[in-house]
Design a binder for this molecule. Structure first.
Ligand SMILES: Cc1ncc(COP(=O)(O)O)c(C=O)c1O
Length: 393
């Protein structure tokens, strides 16, 4: 059967593919440690599950909702945003979607015309470029000269008359780095000056470690906030990946058009998930802190062990999210592999440790390792990687 040109040009999600392969190996009885996953290893907190069960019992989850979500939830998102960032929005500026992923997808469809360019700093989250292409846009990847964060000068060098959007993700997947207030201010003012819409992907905003402070672009000046669309969700901070809860905060006219599209695509996020989200945002927040603490402990334990491995470099310790993104160029050379992809494939088949190749994020000398897994498995994984490297040196 003929497949559309539009879909033929996209690649499957490398992270989802890898997870599927690791799961398949596990089901065959192989003791795989999967550091490829992009989801917390904790169950959803009990109070959230109980609220969902209550919603089912009370029949609240039995029907369609408005395309952009139930009003109580949109209000709760506004209140949480005001509490966390001191910025006020109205429910008509909020759309609840099937994951943050679908917020980003719908935004690309809503904002882009054929040939419009979207500036995407490297390293990037796997779906940005593909979503832009599916909307007829052109992803323009911007490589940082130094380190893993782009500067405003690098964005300016990539800007053309067709530049319409820049996507900023902080804390960043895959590096865990955070853009500072000064860096964001420079990018924000540049975007305002050139009328470029900023999409800020704040998915990991609550997961920051060792005293690091997360600043969202919406907290900066009024001018920057007006130019900014925020995407976030409950998957990571509340350990709710399976519930698929994401949201967009944008100007009311954008939300209205997103609602029209959502109405023809998914109708709405499953009502039961919306009631669960309501509890997550309005109930006790200690659960988030408990999970954040666990991630911080793992990061602090594993970072020195990882950087001590032969050839592995990771100058800037991650400050957020739950990933490490070391450069392994030297390690690949030392072990005699022709590429990072070959190194990663052998690591999985021989040492039974799954990590993601950096090329999935635009940087082929790197690998991404998630520490959203228990400490014991993490330490065992590093031991296996060490043995795997030393055997081949
Ligand atoms: C940077 C980033 N943005 C957005 C998402 C989307 O998450 P979800 O669709 O589960 O809300 C993810 C998930 O991996 C992510 O890492």
């Amino acid at each position: 059967m003929r497949i559309s040109k539009r879909v033929m040009q996209i690649q499957p999600s490398a992270t989802l593919e890898l997870s599927a392969k690791a799961k398949q190996m596990k089901s065959e009885g192989i003791d795989v440690i999967n550091l490829g996953v992009g989801e917390p290893d904790f169950n959803t907190p009990k109070n959230i599950k109980a609220a969902a069960i209550r919603a089912i019992k009370e029949g609240k989850s039995d029907f369609y909702t408005s395309a952009t979500g139930i009003n109580e939830l949109k209000k709760a998102i506004c209140i949480r945003t005001a509490t966390d960032f001191g910025v006020n929005y109205e429910p008509n500026q909020v759309a609840v979607t099937v994951g943050g992923k679908f917020s980003l997808y719908v935004l690309a469809q809503t904002l882009l015309d054929e040939g419009d360019e979207v500036l995407i700093p490297l390293p990037y989250w796997v779906s940005y470029g593909e979503q832009v292409k599916l909307a007829g846009g052109v992803p323009v990847f911007v490589t940082p000269e130094n380190g893993l964060k782009v500067t405003v000068e690098e964005l300016e060098n990539a800007r053309t008359d067709r530049s319409r959007i820049v996507i900023i993700n902080s804390p960043q997947n895959p590096s865990g780095l955070i853009y500072t207030r000064d860096e964001l201010e420079a990018i924000g003012n540049w975007a305002v000056a050139h009328d470029i819409v900023i999409i800020t992907d704040d998915m990991y905003g609550k997961l920051v470690y060792n005293g690091a402070h997360f600043v969202s672009l919406i907290e900066l000046s009024d001018e920057i906030r007006k130019q900014t669309i925020l995407v976030s969700g409950l998957s990571k901070a509340y350990s709710m990946t399976g519930w698929r809860i994401g949201y967009t905060i944008a100007p009311a006219e954008v939300i209205k058009k997103m609602g029209a599209l959502i109405g023809h695509a998914t109708s709405n996020l499953a009502a039961v998930s919306q009631y669960a989200a309501l509890e997550a945002l309005t109930g006790p927040q200690e659960v988030v802190e408990d999970m954040r603490n666990a991630f911080e402990e793992r990061l602090n334990k594993i970072y020195p062990e990882l950087t001590a491995l032969p050839g592995v470099t990771l100058e800037n310790k991650p400050q957020g999210a739950f990933y490490l993104f070391p450069n392994v160029k030297e390690t690949v050379k030392l072990t005699g592999f022709a590429s990072t992809a070959e190194f990663v494939a052998a690591l999985l088949s021989e040492a039974h440790v799954a990590v993601v190749v950096g090329s999935a994020f635009g940087m082929s000398d790197h690998i991404r390792m998630s520490y959203a897994t228990d400490l014991e498995s993490l330490e065992e994984a590093v031991k296996r990687i060490k043995a795997f490297i030393e055997k081949r040196m």
